[in-house]
Write a protein that binds this ligand. Structure first.
Ligand code: SAH
Ligand code: SF4
Length: 418
């Protein structure tokens, strides 16, 4: 059996338990996926290599793991043949287990995945003409219980480990057959952002070009593990995806936002969804803890935000709740008041069984969008993708037992108090 001991995270900000990042498997071997190079080096030293050997082997293994995506030490051709069984005896190269893979009629793909200790979670791939976006989960379920979100009704919650998070991206590359055969076209150690800015970067026809932390869970309640995983994704010697192609979405965990900009540096999306305290308190209960003003101030201070790198404000359109022309005008006023480099994403509500809300009419959405546009802020309406396989925003939910409304409300209140 896998060691499923959960440890609580120190500090007040994260009330969610997480599995240890190194949990030896039943046969005693350790999964290397999710570990940075220096941790791999330490493990090699602990297993008996001298310091110099451990450093060299860690560098080689890191390349094969994260840049080339191999899942077998035997494929690591620049490592001596005699060394490979030594690695195989002690370590494994894991992936989240695939329970089910579904394909939508619109090309969207959804995978139901399982952690080694039996928790199910989901990831979604959304192909477009000019890009392909992987929607990655950060937790199993979510403690925050936004009223319109299916994930918020899940009973079981634990943080995903760095390996389980980066493992989603690796699995997607496996499924899409997109591991580079050699080095990617740019040099090791090259600054991906400079390359991106100088527009020499090309996705080389790759399908998976962008990542959004918009699957299950609140990524800023699992900061360290999300950061660890995204560092591997952004490492030029690792998965080598520029931070400009990664967006983290938060429901508004204000105290972690600056740290997110400084230490991870990805694009920010904020699930705003309402412009009055009354409505946001109802639909995003975290608002009772971090209100709209505080949230928008944190956005204005977000490191790295600029007119070239705008903050995305997500706004789910709920019929007769938050979708009036007045709300649209107030949204423009607020974004201007805080001088925010903003774009607004209007998301038609995606229904799920038992939801209390309806989708706004297309006319309402259009009128709302026009007002925001006329206010000088881009406000595209997102086309729902993958609805037929419950892969659209807010529809993710695995088969965990459904909780009563009262219990969910109680837990959400506790999470807000924590
Ligand atoms: N927890 C983070 C990230 C995951 S949710 C957050 O809330 O930002 C990704 C986006 O989908 C959020 O903006 C969320 O509010 C939105 N969403 C949730 N349920 C939805 C639904 N039923 N229909 C449309 N969008 C939804
Ligand atoms: Fe959690 Fe985001 Fe869903 Fe809210 S919208 S319940 S924060 S996953």
């Amino acid at each position: 059996m896998t060691d499923t001991t959960l440890m609580s995270i120190p500090g007040q900000i994260d009330p969610v338990p997480v599995a240890r990042d190194i949990t030896p498997r039943a046969d005693g071997r350790v999964d290397l996926i999710g570990l940075p190079k220096d941790r791999i080096r330490d493990l090699f030293e602990e297993a008996g290599l001298d310091a110099k050997q451990a450093k060299l082997r860690a560098k080689q293994v890191f390349h094969w793991l994260y840049h080339r995506g191999v899942t077998d030490f035997e494929a690591m051709t620049d490592i001596a043949k005699t060394m490979r069984p030594w690695l195989t005896e002690r370590f494994v190269i894991g992936r989240p287990e695939v329970v089910e893979a579904q394909h939508s009629t619109d090309g969207t793909r959804k995978w139901l995945l399982k952690t080694a200790d039996g928790h199910e979670f989901e990831m979604v791939f959304i192909p477009d003409a000019d890009r392909g976006t992987l929607c990655v989960s950060s937790q199993v379920g979510c403690t925050l219980n936004c009223r319109f979100c299916h994930t918020g009704t899940m009973k079981l919650v634990r943080n995903l480990t760095p390996g389980e998070i980066v493992g989603q991206v690796m699995l997607a590359r496996d499924a899409l057959g997109e591991w580079p055969k050699g080095n990617m076209k740019f040099d090791y150690g090259a600054d991906l952002d400079e390359i991106e800015e100088s527009s020499e970067y090309r996705s080389d026809g790759r399908l998976l070009t962008n990542i959004v932390m918009m699957g299950m869970g609140e990524p800023l309640y699992n900061f360290d593990n999300v950061k660890g995983a995204l560092k591997l994704v952004m490492d030029g010697e690792g998965l080598a995806l520029s931070k400009r192609r990664i967006t983290l979405s938060t429901s508004g965990v204000v105290p972690m936002m600056e740290k997110c900009g400084e230490e991870i540096g990805v694009n920010l999306a904020v699930s705003l969804h309402a412009v009055t305290k009354e409505i946001r308190d109802e639909i995003v209960p975290l608002n009772k803890k971090y209100g709209i003003e505080e949230l928008l101030e944190a956005c204005a201070a977000y490191p790295g935000a600029s007119n070239a790198r705008r903050i995305t404000f997500e706004y789910v359109m709920l019929k007769d709740k938050n979708d009036s022309d007045e709300h649209a005008r107030e949204l423009v006023r607020l974004l201007k008041q805080y001088n925010l480099p903003a774009k607004v994403n209007l998301i038609p509500f995606n229904p799920w069984p038992g939801a209390q809300y309806d989708t706004s009419t297309p006319e309402r959405v259009r009128s709302f969008s026009n007002i925001v546009f006329e206010g000088g802020i881009s406000a595209p309406v997102r086309t729902p993708r993958g609805r037929d396989i419950d892969a659209a925003c807010g529809q993710l939910k695995t088969a965990a037992e459904k909780k009563s409304r009262a219990q969910r409300d109680r837990e959400a209140a506790e999470a807000v108090e924590a």
